[in-house]
Ligand binder design. Structure first.
Ligand SMILES: Cc1cc2nc3c(=O)[nH]c(=O)nc-3n(C[C@H](O)[C@H](O)[C@H](O)COP(=O)(O)O)c2cc1C
Length: 416
C-alpha cells in the first residue's frame, strides 16, 4: 500500500481554521502531509497547531536557510504526489494564473510535476468577479483541478457560492479509496508470522474460570490472510470453536500464563508478531483444586496481574516487528496511542467493543496507528479487513527494514 505524499498549501482565507481537521483526516486515510503556509495564512491558523497534527515542521518561508539546506523547495516539489491548496484565496489563484513565484507555495506549484488541486474559499462577490473567474478558467485549462466552492452561508454573514468544501469532501475528492481486501499474494512471502487469537481462561476452581467475549474470529482471519500473502503462520489460540485455517500451525493454550510460555517458546525465527488475543489482565491469586462450595455469605476473589505478553515480546533485544490490538469501550485514539508508546509497539490496531461491535461479530471497524501514520478502516467483514491489515502490516514492516538499512541507526531491531 503506497502512502500518498501530499503538500497541503494553506493560503490566507478565513476557512484556514478548518485545515488542522483536514490534515487529521488526510492522515487518517494514510497520507503523509507536509504543510506549506502563506504569510497571510498565519493570521488565521498557527504553524504550531499544524505541526502538531501533521507531525512535520511547517514550511512557509522561501528564504529559510535551514530548510533549503535540508529538503529544499525543489526537493519538496519532487517529493509530493499531490499539491492541494485549501483554502485557495483569490490572491493565490491570481499569482498562480499569472505564473508568478514570489513565495514558497507558488514556487512549489511551478516546480512540481505532481497534480495541483485547489479548494477556493472567498466571499461570493469576490468569487463571481470576472478577474477571479478568468483566473479559475486559466488554471483549469492548465490542468489544475478546482474543487467547489460550495454554496451556503459565509463568514461575512452573506450567502452564495464561495464556501470551501468541507474537509471530508476534500479528502474524498483527492484520496484514493481505502484499499480493502488488498493483501497481495506474496507480500509476506517467506516470512514467519506469529498470531495470537481468542480469549484466555483463568481458573477460579476446577470448574469455573474468568474469561471474556473474544471469539477469535479476527485472529483466525488474520492467520488465513497472512498465509494467503505467503507467510508461514503460527497461530497461538485460546479456547475457540473455529476451524484452523489450512496450512497454519496451531498451538492451543488456555490461560495467559500458558499463552506467555507458548509465545516465547516458539518465537525463534518469527519476524512479525501480531497479538490479537484478548488476554485476561488478571487471574485468581490461587485457583482451588476442587469446586468451591457455595456458602451463605458473600465471597471475594483475590486477583493478581497476568504477564503482559505484548510488552514482553516488544522488550526483546531482537524482537520481531510487533503489532498489538486494543479493544476499548471509549477514548479509543487516546488509549491506543498510549499503548503504542508505553509498550513500544510498531503498530496498534484499535477497535471499539460493546454491543454489536468488535467481539462475537463477523464485521469490525478499526483504526490503525503507527509512529508516523494512522489509517481508519470502515465496518467490513473480518476476512476482508484481515486482508487489508495484512497488507498494511507487510508494507510497514518493509518500510521499517528499509529505514534501518538506510540510516544505520538502531531505530528498532527487527528480525529478518
Ligand atoms: C479577516 C480576513 C478574511 C479574509 N478571508 C479571505 C477569504 O476567505 N478568501 C480570500 O480569497 N481572501 C480573504 N482575505 C484576503 C486575503 O487574506 C488577502 O488577499 C491575502 O493577501 C491573501 O494572501 P495569500 O493568498 O498569500 O494567503 C481575507 C482577509 C481578511 C483580513
Amino acid at each position: 500500500m503506497q502512502t500518498q505524499k501530499i503538500i497541503l498549501g494553506i493560503s490566507g482565507g478565513i476557512a484556514a481554521y478548518k485545515t488542522p481537521e483536514l490534515v487529521r483526516r488526510l492522515k487518517r486515510r494514510g497520507a503523509e502531509v507536509q504543510v506549506v503556509m502563506t504569510r497571510s495564512a498565519g493570521e488565521f491558523v498557527t504553524p504550531t497547531t499544524l505541526q502538531a497534527v501533521s507531525g512535520k515542521p511547517v514550511r512557509s518561508n522561501l528564504w529559510d536557510a535551514d530548510a533549503e539546506a535540508a529538503m529544499g523547495h525543489i526537493e519538496l516539489a519532487r517529493w509530493a504526489d499531490l499539491v492541494l491548496i485549501a483554502p485557495a484565496t483569490a490572491e493565490i489563484m491570481s499569482r498562480l494564473a499569472a505564473g508568478g513565484a514570489p513565495d514558497l507555495l507558488t514556487t512549489l506549484c511551478l516546480a512540481t510535476e505532481a497534480p495541483v488541486v485547489m479548494a477556493p474559499a472567498m466571499n461570493h462577490v469576490m468569487w463571481s468577479n470576472p478577474a477571479v473567474q478568468e483566473n479559475r478558467q486559466k488554471l483549469e485549462r492548465r490542468g489544475v483541478r478546482i474543487l467547489g466552492p460550495a454554496v451556503g452561508d459565509q463568514a461575512c454573514g452573506e450567502s452564495g457560492p464561495g464556501r470551501m468544501l468541507e474537509p471530508d469532501d476534500i479528502v474524498a475528492a483527492v484520496m484514493k479509496p481505502i484499499a480493502v481486501a488488498t493483501a497481495k499474494p506474496g507480500s509476506m512471502d517467506g516470512k514467519t508470522v506469529m498470531i495470537t487469537a481468542g480469549p484466555t481462561r483463568e481458573a477460579i476452581d476446577s470448574v469455573r474460570y474468568l474469561s471474556n467475549r473474544s471469539s477469535g474470529k479476527m485472529g483466525y482471519a488474520l492467520a488465513a490472510a497472512a498465509r494467503d500473502a505467503g507467510a508461514n503462520v503460527i497461530l497461538v489460540s485460546g479456547p475457540v470453536s473455529l476451524t484452523t485455517p489450512d496450512g497454519v500451525t496451531r498451538i492451543d493454550i488456555e490461560s495467559a500464563k500458558e499463552l506467555f510460555a507458548a509465545v516465547h517458546d516458539n518465537l525463534e525465527g518469527v519476524q512479525i508478531f501480531i497479538g490479537a488475543a484478548a488476554v485476561a489482565d488478571y487471574h485468581a491469586a490461587s485457583a482451588s483444586a476442587g469446586k468451591i462450595k457455595k456458602t451463605a455469605g458473600e465471597m471475594s476473589l483475590d486477583l493478581v496481574k497476568t504477564p503482559d505478553i505484548l510488552a514482553s515480546v516488544a522488550r526483546l533485544s531482537d524482537r520481531p516487528f510487533t503489532v498489538g490490538f486494543a479493544a476499548e469501550t471509549e477514548n479509543l485514539r487516546e488509549y491506543a496511542l498510549g499503548k503504542l508508546e508505553k509498550k513500544n509497539l510498531n503498530m496498534i490496531v484499535a477497535n471499539l467493543v460493546g454491543p454489536g461491535l468488535g467481539f462475537e461479530t463477523d464485521r469490525n471497524a478499526v483504526d490503525v496507528y503507527w509512529r508516523d501514520g494512522e489509517m481508519s478502516f470502515p465496518l467490513t467483514d473480518k476476512e476482508e479487513l484481515a486482508s487489508a491489515l495484512v497488507e498494511l502490516i507487510a508494507s510497514n514492516y518493509e518500510q521499517t527494514l528499509h529505514a534501518e538499512t538506510q540510516t544505520e541507526l538502531p531505530v528498532i531491531a527487527v528480525r529478518d
